[in-house]
Design a protein around this ligand. Sequence first.
Ligand code: IPE
Ligand code: IPE
Ligand code: MG
Length: 247
Amino acid sequence: MSENKILKNIPTHVAIIMDGNGRWAQERGKERTEGHIAGVEAVRKALKAAAAEGVRYLTLYTFSTENWGRPKEEVDGIMELFCRSVVAETPELKAQGVKARIMGDRSALSEKVNHYIDKIESETADGDRITLIFAMNYSSRHEITQTVKNLAQMASEGKLSPESINADLISDSLYSREYPDPDLVIRTGGEYRLSNFLMWQSAYSELYFTPTLWPDFDKDSFREALEAYSHRKRRFGLVEPKNDSEK
Ligand code: IPE
Ligand code: IPE
Ligand code: MG
């Protein structure tokens, strides 16, 4: 791959299903938690690569609502790793102009995790180079269910007429309301599924799957995904533009 080639069509928003940490660790005879620790380094690399390429939003699927079903030791390890990483990484995030945000249902996260979420969000609030969004205790069905509940509540209180509910209002009511829809969704680890991630928002996203396990995903892997994206023709249900000299 041409390392320095300027890529066309850089996606504004890249979302990643960071999968394969457990297998990476198992392949090395290590505990699964070691894979998550190695995954933090891959987060660093992906963030750096995304910012360097001009990506404005990077969303990382960090912990799903279904992941609570894993062994307690692993769940605790992931939560602890998040808290430790906030402390270790926040100064660098600030220096790099990164605005960090968390997306998901915070109510089920511990007080400690919520404390570190407040810390990272407040300390990086001025970042204007790239927005880094951690999907924590997130799943699409949960997000959509919460949204439907909120809208139904407003309707029952007479604050919202059912006729005014449309796709834009739903988009504007989801956890992701502040962010544009992802242009590109990457899944590492070789599985071909969304696992309850951004199902509403990715209606017209380009999907990219790679067998690379998340801890092995690096700058070149990121560029390969962007390169693949640059050759995609997004039609959004329309016909091919006639004079598309860009592609
Ligand atoms: C993804 O890696 C990280 C989280 C779900 C937190 P996995 O832990 O799912 O790794 P595999 O899929 O078991 O290899
Ligand atoms: C998706 O990976 C969740 C995250 C990356 C946080 P999983 O490993 O939980 O998904 P499945 O079980 O393979 O579908
Ligand atoms: Mg997995």
